[in-house]
Design a protein around this ligand. Structure first.
Ligand code: ADP
Ligand code: MG
Length: 288
């Protein structure tokens, strides 16, 4: 492409809310073989809500929710807001609350050791989910994130945190497939949750259970097929945005994500990824 056509392409894209931070990015995007997406906040709304609660025998629902919320009151995670919204009444005081990135939270409430988080947090602490394993599996199979609540080594409850996919996410994936590009999903969520969301959207490849610092390694595995773009919105996504051949920050992404990206999509609509690819190919004369 000539410098002029790159300028024209960059300008066209800008008019669509797609900012190429360097001309080289416009050219590189045209050759992308795979687009990998972060799940939460990129393909989903990123605002989960508690849709179901399963309880161990003899557990009081409100008490379990207050226990979880007592810890979540110290967390910035979107899951925290959702749990605080459903916990009734006054929350007990929590002490020594610790965030375990990719796992959940640990703390003490009224002298008891409390854990709130993913099944792998319980696994790590040597706590078996007991009767609640089936509920956790059922929530995940429906595409929700199961959040377990344990006190003194016993799982009391499992919450289903549902985060609906964006209305345009399916169309965004379909558009990429029509352009001959492969798609992938990368998430810290469990395999079953990720597979359910991927199936709903028609995404081919899934990399689940990825810890915050594991996204870069997950991308490397996808690079075998050729140049790779990664689309993400969060603080956690900055290393992956920098490591991908093309990093695409979406929506009201955090400053850190925007800083690390080659392309910034101003709106939260994932269809803009296909639009960006289209402009890029057109500029490179792959499309007339
Ligand atoms: P992602 O950003 O890919 O959704 P995270 O790395 O933030 O994933 O978290 C991975 C998993 O860890 C979540 O799906 C959840 O199960 C658990 N988790 C993390 N933070 C919290 C929290 N504050 N409360 C409950 N669970 C949490
Ligand atoms: Mg995200």
């Amino acid at each position: 492409a000539t410098p002029t056509s790159v300028m024209v392409g960059t300008g066209r894209a800008a008019g669509m809310g797609i900012l190429f931070r360097k001309g080289a990015a416009l050219q590189a995007l045209s050759g992308v073989a795979t687009v990998a997406f972060d799940k939460t906040g990129t393909l989903t709304e990123g605002r989960p809500s508690v849709t179901e609660v399963a309880l161990a025998a003899g557990t009081d629902r409100d008490e379990a929710l207050r226990l979880a919320a007592a810890l979540e009151a110290r967390s910035e995670h979107p899951i925290a807001r959702a749990i605080l919204a459903v916990a009734p009444g006054e929350l007990p005081a929590a002490e020594a609350v610790e965030a375990l990135p990719g796992f959940g939270l640990r703390g003490r409430v009224e002298g008891a050791a409390v854990l709130v988080g993913a099944a792998r947090l319980m696994e790590r602490e040597g706590i078996a989910p007991g009767d609640l394993a089936a509920a956790a599996d059922r929530f995940a199979a429906a595409g929700a994130t199961p959040v377990l609540v344990a006190r003194d080594g016993r799982v009391l409850a499992v919450l289903a945190l549902a985060d609906p996919v964006k209305a345009t996410a399916r169309a965004a994936i379909d558009a990429l497939h029509r352009m001959g590009v492969k798609t992938a999903l990368i998430t810290g969520d469990t395999e079953a949750t990720a597979r359910a969301v991927a199936a709903e959207l028609g995404i081919e490849r899934v990399s689940a259970g990825v810890l915050p610092d594991g996204k870069v390694a997950a991308l490397e595995a996808l690079r075998k097929d050729g140049p790779l773009a990664f689309v993400g919105d969060g603080l956690n996504d900055a290393p992956a945005l920098a490591a991908a051949d093309i990093g695409i920050a979406i929506g009201t992404g955090t400053d850190v994500a925007i800083e690390a990206a080659d392309v910034v999509l101003m709106a939260g609509d994932p269809r803009a990824v296909a639009d960006a690819l289209h402009v890029s190919r057109r500029t490179m004369r792959n499309i007339r």
